[in-house]
Design a protein around this ligand. Structure first.
Ligand SMILES: Nc1nc2c(ncn2[C@@H]2O[C@H](COP(=O)(O)OP(=O)(O)OP(=O)(O)O)[C@@H](O)[C@H]2O)c(=O)[nH]1
Ligand SMILES: [Mg+2]
Length: 592
């Protein structure tokens, strides 16, 4: 395909503003997906995405329309997946900026727009959900016009749900977004913007071809990793993988690298042919993990399987970081870093679902800096590494600038929310007539430990939104809160808390555990302790022993099964003096 007939673009917005629904209409309009196969948010193909109703990964798709090739990348809107957005932006020339008319401009509208502008992309603004009775169409259009300094008639008014004005928007993609630059005659050069492990084809690199052309059988080189491979297959996303003869300048597609070791293929690297003497493309700034936790296999023999799973997951979740660690009470596992709580939760779910592993993961934590009695600095990533209090001279934590965008209507509840969070108020400003921007300085610990994001959503019915950036290290007083179950320390459940909130946190944690831990055939004590001193306790009462009593009638197999389970349970108890914590409990404890 000639460059002049190619358009590469993505759809960006705040979460839930309708990107994937708009992509559905594009897929229909271009007949990329037959009507019989169509389903809502078609590109959200992962089970987890469908279950949660949100996009987690970027999803590329190649569409054909009136002699044009339109490569679309649908992006996630949740703040934790911002790295997916930034990588998508580097592969395209333009972006549709979608704003939900019922919500107006929200925090990630601004954050994602800013990223797109940094890449010098052409922005096509559109107001979505104009069919909704709650839509504030004029107000939203006016706000976007001010934000982008464009006239109101340049802003599309659409309903992604019903397809209103979607065709016009698609045609604007062709008329407003420039074709890709690049030279077919130059040696092959492409940017890896995503990757995936494929059980049949090995490691797939998702590419934006910058120059040249590539076909099956050619030898390739990854410029930064300095590794080599051989092209086993090239193709397009339709949106499923569709093999082709070549991938050429300006196109977006995949390349099966023939490389098996996950560490050798990295997003942001440049692929060229073996003979190609080319400069590496700029690549990406690596994101900084904000949340850390330890992941351990429930069965210590599965350590290598977990390592392999993490390496494969990283191919498809480039923001994930991990390194091996060894901890008393847990064994051999990994210390993992994530961009936020949802990212951590999703990655853990993916490890379970896609790799079928039973895992223990510790309570998410932010990073602390400790200065010990000898004056040496060390970082503490997970509570298990927290030193004895007598060894700590000073502890520091990261503070963030937290920016909240809220409709005037929710200003009261939002301000009240800050009553429960340690924070310094900075300023309030009007954004347009109806919206308020609030700026606070807040310890990152408060945002993560107390799941600020979820609380903000629920008190404002999803209308208030937030964004934060790290400021600096500041001193504080912290203690490690230990959790004991049957008088045995469960390292995975311990957390670092502010000294003055230790008791409250301890009580909250044991109360929550009492609810989420499954009852046993014996009573289970749950305690929270600081420095060996118990500060809160709860007891889960024993299940009634007569497990088959409710089963009158003749279901012998079930009766026998239950009795056997009971026997097995008692035996395990005798052996270990502990209970098995189902992995669902860790997920539940996550949510703060
Ligand atoms: N009334 C109405 N609802 C819409 C419209 N477009 C999307 N929705 C609804 O808005 C919700 C979110 O839509 P999605 O397409 O998943 O939004 P998204 O921007 O892809 O969300 P993330 O990828 O998670 O950021 C769904 O319930 C859609 O049915 C529209 O034009 N009108
Ligand atoms: Mg989506």
């Amino acid at each position: 395909m000639e460059n002049k007939n190619i358009r590469n673009f993505c759809i960006i917005s705040h979460i839930d503003h309708g990107k994937s629904t708009l992509a559905d209409r594009f897929l229909e309009e271009t007949q990329t997906v037959p009507k019989t196969k169509m389903r809502e948010q078609f590109l959200d193909s992962m089970d987890l995405e469908r279950g949660k109703g949100i996009t987690i990964k970027m999803h590329p798709v190649r569409m054909e329309y009136n002699n044009f090739v339109l490569n679309l990348i649908d992006t996630p809107g949740h703040v934790d997946f911002g790295y997916e957005v930034s990588r998508s932006l580097a592969a395209v020339e333009g972006a549709i900026l979608l704003v939900d008319a019922t919500k107006g401009i929200q925090a990630q509208t601004l954050a994602n727009l800013e990223q797109a502008q940094k890449q010098n992309l052409v922005i096509i603004p559109a107001v979505n959900k104009i069919d909704s009775p709650q839509a504030k169409i004029e107000e939203t259009r006016e706000a976007i016009s001010q934000l982008l300094a464009v006239s109101e008639n340049e802003i599309f008014l659409i309903s992604a749900k019903y397809g209103t004005n979607v065709k016009q928007l698609l045609e604007a993609v062709i008329s407003k977004i420039p074709p890709p630059k690049g030279d077919k005659e130059k040696p092959f050069r492409a940017l890896i913007f995503d990757s995936k492990f494929d059980a049949f084809k090995g490691i797939l690199a998702y590419l934006r071809v910058v120059d040249g052309e590539i076909k099956i059988g050619e030898k390739i080189r990854l410029v930064q990793a300095n590794s080599q491979g051989e092209v086993k297959e090239v193709g397009f996303f339709r949106p499923g993988l569709e093999a082709q003869k070549t991938l050429t300048t300006g196109e977006i597609g995949y390349l099966a690298t023939g490389i098996k070791e996950p560490g050798k293929v990295r997003v942001g690297d440049t692929i060229t042919v073996l003979s190609g003497n080319v400069n590496a493309l700029p690549g990406y700034k690596e994101p900084k993990p904000m949340v850390f936790l330890s992941i351990y296999p429930e069965n210590p023999d599965d350590f290598d399987m977990l390592k392999n799973a993490l390496e494969k997951l990283k191919l498809n979740d480039a923001a994930l970081t991990f390194k091996p660690e060894l901890k008393e009470g847990l064994g051999r596992g990994f210390q993992c870093g994530f961009l936020g709580l949802l990212h951590a939760e999703i990655a853990n779910e993916r490890l379970k679902r896609e790799f079928d592993l039973d895992l223990i993961f510790s309570t998410p934590s932010v990073i602390y800096k400790i200065i010990n009695q000898e004056g040496r600095e060390m970082f503490v990533y997970t509570p298990g590494d927290w030193p004895e209090s007598s060894r700590i001279k000073e502890a520091r934590e990261l503070w963030a600038k937290l920016q909240i965008l809220t409709p005037l209507h929710y200003l009261g509840p939002v301000s009240e929310l800050f009553g429960n969070f340690e924070s310094n108020y900075i300023k309030t400003e009007y954004v347009g007539k109806e919206k308020i921007e609030l700026v606070y300085e807040v310890p990152l610990r408060e945002i993560i430990n107390k799941n600020f994001y979820d609380k903000l959503k629920s008190i404002s019915q999803g209308f208030a939104s937030m964004n934060y950036e790290i400021l600096d290290w500041r001193p504080g007083n912290f203690v490690k809160l230990d959790i004991l179950i049957l008088a045995r320390k469960e390292e995975a459940l311990s957390k670092i808390v502010s000294e003055k909130e230790a008791e409250k946190e301890g009580r909250k944690t044991v109360e929550k555990l009492k609810v989420v831990l499954p009852p046993q055939l014996f009573s289970v004590s749950i305690q929270a302790a600081v420095g060996g001193k118990v500060i809160a306790r709860e007891t889960i009462r024993a299940l009634r022993r007569d497990v088959i009593a409710p089963l009158y009638g003749g279901d012998y197999t079930r009766k026998r099964k239950l009795l056997e389970q009971q026997k097995k349970g008692k035996k395990e108890l005798k052996e270990k003096g502990r209970i098995k914590i189902p992995s669902g409990v860790f997920l539940e404890m996550f949510k703060g």
